[in-house]
Design a binder for this molecule. Structure first.
Ligand code: ADP
Length: 496
């Protein structure tokens, strides 16, 4: 048997403790599957006030003041707490870096009241990076690999390659850095760099400097031993196209040899209509007549009328430019002339809140809107909709389109990133494929594709075939986790 690998998975959010998007779904699921495959993996994340300590039996492992983290001119103490993510097969230990002043807030990164980023996000995540390494030393647990995720953890590889380079504790520690979304890089003024304790020599364009500013994600990409992102297509897009690379395309091209793409999986213990306790009626590929009951419940929730012949198109999303909703704004008058209904669940930028609210006010019977974050409603939309729309400008992986497949809810997507990799274009003549794809980021293309979908919806025989094509797909984490394991092994072998 091959040697057990010890991995620390560092992340800013993880289900069930804190979630703003797909990152949390990944962090809550991938480590469990890696553990099921026989390796030791633990998670490190901030201790937010987003969950009940009692419910998850959170306990102290390191008391306050036992770890002091230098931050600029001051030193901040932290305690470390712990709990477990448990599945039917394994328990994954989660360490929480706890500092109420930094992490006990109403939002994770953005103040939900002002909709502005917290002004001290630099300090909050310098603290996470530095605190992670100091905690490992205090615990005396030496992982072979530290798996970092997104900008919030980008400084860890930089610390290991500089400040901790000669520290015997980390002599054998390797890093992998996963980019879940390149558009969020954690860019701060130069002054933030001075708070890190990193050597001045790395504040250069070859290091962590980004046009005079300090870039956390760049640090991760420059200093990690290997880098990956969450689909093969996105891995290629970000190093070859300016609009995807967000200013880091040249650096990524330079690191091409160490840049991989692994598509995310799905936790089918959470996203499966046959076992979903958050929907009124369960169903499966062998019996999905009950899907109609979920559609009725969904429309009732949105105060809309049910008609089995009118397709419902669902949207669940962060409301950000990335997601392509400006295209909907451009074609709404034409869209609302069609025989369809739409339901939207989302939260994010004010302009999209206003846009969707305005559309709802004008077409209350056809366009339902819930502006907020609502886990249960997200499940009901997956179960009750006939189609699921993701017209993203770019999409590193995207999870909802993959969830939709399992729920027999046919995705309509723009062919970019993970949407391209996970959805097979439908051929109406034969009923092959799993979803409707369009390529050009263009409102007329989107309208044409939606029209194609609602036309085909009227052909029940073909439609059922397409639903079943999707429901039969298997995107369980095991396949992707095995790819991560192969990367972990390669990392330990090649970078020794
Ligand atoms: P991203 O990570 O870019 O937000 P993904 O498609 O990868 O996009 O993942 C989004 C995740 O967040 C899914 O689990 C989705 O159901 C969930 N989600 C997004 N917005 C909401 C919302 N308003 N309410 C409930 N869940 C949401």
């Amino acid at each position: 048997m091959s040697k057990e690998i010890n991995i620390l998975y560092v992340v800013a959010e993880a289900v069930p403790f804190a979630k703003t998007g797909g990152l949390a779904d990944v962090a809550g699921a991938l480590p469990q599957t890696v553990k099921e495959l026989g390796h030791e993996i633990r998670i490190m994340m901030p201790k937010y006030s987003t969950f009940s300590e009692r419910k998850y039996k959170v306990h102290d492992v390191i008391r306050l003041k036992d770890i002091m983290i230098p931050l600029g001119d001051t030193c901040i103490s932290t305690s470390v707490k712990s709990a477990f993510i448990t599945s039917s097969k394994v328990k994954v230990q989660v360490y929480f870096l706890a500092n109420d002043k930094l992490y006990s807030r109403d939002g994770l990164y953005v103040n939900p009241h002002t909709k502005k980023d917290y002004a001290d996000n630099d300090e909050r995540f310098i603290f996470l990076c530095k605190g992670t390494l100091e905690t490992l030393k205090k615990l005396g647990w030496k992982p072979d690999i530290i798996h970092c995720n997104d900008w919030q953890t980008g400084l860890i590889p930089a610390y290991l390659k500089t400040v901790y380079r000669d520290d015997p504790f980390f002599k054998k520690t390797k890093t992998i850095y996963t980019i879940h979304n390149l558009a969020y890089q954690g860019i701060f003024p130069k002054e933030s760099f001075n708070k890190t304790g990193l050597p001045k020599e790395i504040f250069t364009p070859e290091g962590v400097e980004f046009y005079g500013k300090f870039n956390f994600m760049k640090a991760g990409i420059v200093y990690a031993d290997i880098v990956n992102t969450v689909s093969e297509k996105y891995a290629q897009e970000i190093r070859t196209k300016e609009e995807f690379g967000c200013g880091l395309e040249k650096l990524l091209e330079k690191r091409k040899k160490d840049l991989y793409g692994i598509v995310n999986g799905v936790d089918y213990s959470v996203w499966n209509p046959a076992a979903d306790n958050l929907i009124p009626e369960k169903y499966s590929i062998t019996n999905f007549s009950k899907k109609a009951e979920n559609k009725k419940a969904l429309l009732q929730k949105f105060g809309m009328k049910y008609d089995e012949n009118i397709p419902v198109i669902g949207i669940i999303s962060r409301l950000a430019d990335q997601k392509g909703f400006d295209l909907i704004g451009d074609i709404i008058a034409d869209l609302m002339k069609l025989d369809l209904q739409m339901v939207v669940l989302g939260t994010g930028e004010k302009k999209y809140h206003e846009l969707f609210q305005k559309i709802h006010n004008k077409y209350p019977d056809k366009f339902g809107v819930q502006l907020g974050f609502n886990e249960a409603l997200a499940h009901l939309i997956e179960a009750g909709s006939d189609m699921f729309l993701m017209p993203s400008k770019y999409e590193p992986c995207g999870l909802n389109q993959i969830y939709s497949l399992k729920y027999g809810t046919v995705p309509i997507v723009r062919a970019t990133g993970g949407l391209e990799d996970t959805i097979e274009n439908i051929k109406p003549e034969t009923g092959s494929g799993t979803g409707f794809k369009f390529t050009k980021y263009d409102d007329a293309e989107l309208l044409k594709t939606i029209k194609k979908a609602i036309k085909l919806y009227q052909n029940k025989k073909i439609w059922v075939k397409i639903m079943k094509n999707g429901m039969a797909k298997d995107f369980s984490w095991e396949t992707s986790a095995k790819k991560y394991l192969a990367l972990y092994k390669k990392l330990l072998k090649d970078k020794d």
